[in-house]
Design a protein around this ligand. Structure first.
Ligand code: PEP
Ligand code: MN
Length: 334
């Protein structure tokens, strides 16, 4: 349910209304739109009498929200959410580029890639320490040691770091991680999402392999309903009948999410394509469609990468892509 307020409302009447709503065991989120102030009510609102609220002097209108996602809904929060990660902003109209290897493999590797992507203009460093691999015989990541090396590389290059959590038992290791990634395979790990809702760290939530927009938003809702509003949505390609590319990049998710939700949306062209040569064209398409950022896999030696080498850009290819994307973004969106 949303309560749309009249302009210049009396603060005491507003406080009294909020207090009354909270006394009904419903949470109130106040948000400022371009036109009006909105109170978003989250919780069981069936027993709330709409007509009674409509009659209040400060109330313009009251509407029920049909969609099952409330906190993530654009109707609750008309303005875009901007997430601040140590002064790097996602969602404010900038193009936020996160880059780094699929997995952290050694100190030398992560330090080399971090310095290079920083020089090319990346805003954040990615690197997986806990890897969700299809085969239990594949490299599973450097785990605790990987997180330490990632943090070290981030500090040395003044880059906030992004890394994937696979189980809530790992959370203590993520205390200094700037953005916690929830991978496609864990998008509906509801216990994990609930626990991440108790954290204040931004969560990069990847779309599941076969998840609909609504399912992705319901997963965001799990995090937000538990108190963490810092959610970044990420499209990384979905599974379709096509097998030529690793996944099928759903560019429509960008405008669709901008309509349905206020949360920032980023694109992962690396996992969508599965091939390094497709990363640049898919990145360009995402920038043209209005993405808030990209997360791109970059490796110092893709041919010898322990994970996702074929889709990883060389450091040189990433540098030239950055120059190109910067001009494209300025041309289209400034
Ligand atoms: C990754 O980012 O390396 C990864 C495993 O991503 P996804 O969950 O999208 O497959
Ligand atoms: Mn990967």
């Amino acid at each position: 349910m949303i309560i749309i307020l009249k302009d210049n409302v009396d603060q005491r009447q507003l406080d009294a209304l909020k207090k009354w709503v909270e006394s009904q065991n419903v949470c109130v989120h106040q948000s400022q739109g371009t036109q009006s102030t909105i109170l978003g009510l989250v919780g069981d609102t069936v027993h709330i009498d709409i007509d009674m609220i409509k009659q209040l002097e400060i109330v313009e209108d009251v509407r029920r929200i049909q969609e099952p996602f409330k906190s993530a809904n654009r109707k609750f929060h008309p303005l875009d959410t901007v997430i601040d990660v140590r002064n790097r902003k996602i969602g404010d109209g900038n193009l936020c580029i996160i880059a780094g290897p699929c997995s952290i493999e050694s100190e030398e590797q992560i330090m080399t890639v971090a310095a290079s992507v920083k020089k090319s203009g990346a805003a954040m460093l990615r690197g997986g320490a806990f890897k969700p691999r299809t085969s239990p015989y594949s490299f599973q990541g450097m785990r605790d040691e990987g997180i330490k090396l990632l943090l070290q590389a981030g500090k040395a290059n003044d880059l906030p770091v992004v890394t994937e959590i696979m189980d809530i038992s790992q959370l203590d290791l993520f205390a200094e991680v700037d953005v916690i990634q929830v991978g496609a395979r864990n998008m509906q790990n509801f216990e994990l999402l609930k626990q991440l809702g108790h954290s204040k760290q931004p969560i990069l939530l990847k779309r599941g392999l076969c998840a609909t927009y609504q399912e992705l938003l319901m997963s965001a809702e799990y995090i937000m309903a538990n108190g963490n509003d810092n959610v970044i949505l990420c499209e990384r390609g979905v599974r379709t009948f096509e097998t030529y590319t690793r996944n099928t990049l759903d560019i429509a998710m960008i405008p669709a999410m901008k309509e349905l939700s206020h949360l920032p949306v980023i694109i992962d062209p690396s996992h969508a394509a599965g091939m390094a040569r497709f990363v640049a064209p898919l990145s360009r398409a995402a920038v043209a469609a209005g993405t808030d950022g990209l997360i791109i896999e970059v490796h110092n030696d893709p041919a010898r990468a322990r994970c996702d080498g074929p889709q990883s850009l060389t450091m040189e290819a990433f540098a030239s892509l950055m120059t190109e994307l910067d001009s494209l973004h300025k041309l289209l969106h400034k």
